[in-house]
Design a binder for this molecule. Structure first.
Ligand code: T3D
Length: 267
């Protein structure tokens, strides 16, 4: 993330799968597995959860930005890990990873921005939708993703997506797995802002503005939106887990995951 102001202070705290830096009162968390399209393995979900706890507790931090390193925001669940753990219950996996992560983003008393720098698929789409605001690069796109590997939506996508774009469109994009380009995402209210050359500036400005608060009012306001608009989020996440566990047992899922890797080997 480019430092745009002379007073900005940005420093990296580690060089792992999740980079953390600070800038103008915001914590910037960068998913950093570009060789795997920033896909989430167990370590990355746990690192992100831990970093969000730290950001919540940090009195200097008024806002959090989640973004991706390289050309992709995130491809969602790491399919290599999924293939290695073929017999692991997806319900249990969701309960240890994406479900608490989604709830944490929503329950955090600070605004969270998804700076969507490129493709955003599957569970990563759920994470981006759980954020308070999405700023997308013009070249970015969103893919529901799950049906591509014969899964049902999880990570809150079955709740968030219809709320943003309506049930008909949400189902169409789930069934067809067509990408939703940034411009369309903006038209439909998924993306709050879309930027080309000015993308970094849009992110930095929004983050700096939100970091200034008023912090207590922001925290109470977020709680109000959660109670009014997402009162059943936890229940939906639980139900998604039950359905995903059933989807895991179908042969079609296994076949499609294998196909994903076969295509890679051939190209
Ligand atoms: O229990 C549970 O938790 C179940 C929950 C599931 C949640 C989910 O998220 S399910 C959905 C999983 N995600 C996908 O199916 C998306 C798969 N990826 C893609 O469709 C594309 O990669 C993207 C549209 C995201 C980006 O496309 P592109 O062309 O920019 O990048 P790429 O070339 O496809 O990917 C770059 C590399 O990342 C490539 O590696 P290679 O071949 O160069 O060595 C690719 O194989 C790898 N990669 C991409 N996605 C994943 C991945 N590796 C592991 N897991 C991935 N999901």
């Amino acid at each position: 993330m480019t430092v745009t102001s002379k007073v900005a202070v940005a420093f990296l705290t580690d060089m792992t799968a999740l980079l953390s830096s600070t800038q103008n009162g915001s914590v910037i968390l960068t998913l950093n597995r570009p060789e795997r399209a920033n896909a989430f393995d167990f370590e990355l979900t746990q690192s992100l959860r831990q970093a969000l706890v730290q950001a919540e507790d940090d009195p200097q931090a008024g806002c959090v930005v989640i973004t991706g390193a390289g050309k992709v925001f995130s491809a969602g669940q790491d399919l290599t890990e999924m293939k290695q753990g073929e017999n692991i219950s997806y319900r249990e996996h969701l309960e240890k990873t994406y479900n608490p992560l989604i709830l944490q983003i929503r329950n955090m008393g600070k605004p969270v921005i998804a700076a969507v720098n490129g493709a955003c698929a599957g569970a990563a789409f759920g994470i981006a939708l759980a954020c308070d605001i999405r700023i997308a690069k013009t070249s970015a796109y969103f893919v529901v993703g799950f049906s591509g590997i014969a899964l049902a939506p999880d990570s809150g996508v079955s709740l968030f997506l219809p709320k943003y774009i309506g049930l008909g469109r949400a189902q169409e994009y789930f069934y067809t797995n067509k990408p939703i380009p940034a411009a369309l995402a903006y038209e439909w209210g998924i993306a709050n802002r879309v930027g080309g050359f000015n993308y970094q500036r849009l992110v930095s400005q929004m983050a700096a503005d939100l970091a200034r608060g008023p912090r207590e009012a922001f925290a109470l306001g977020k709680m109000a939106f959660n109670q009014a608009y997402l009162p059943n989020l936890e229940e939906v996440l639980n139900q998604e887990g039950i359905l995903q566990e059933e989807a895991r047992t179908h042969e079609e899922h296994r076949r499609r995951v294998d196909e994903f890797f076969d295509r890679r080997k051939k190209s």
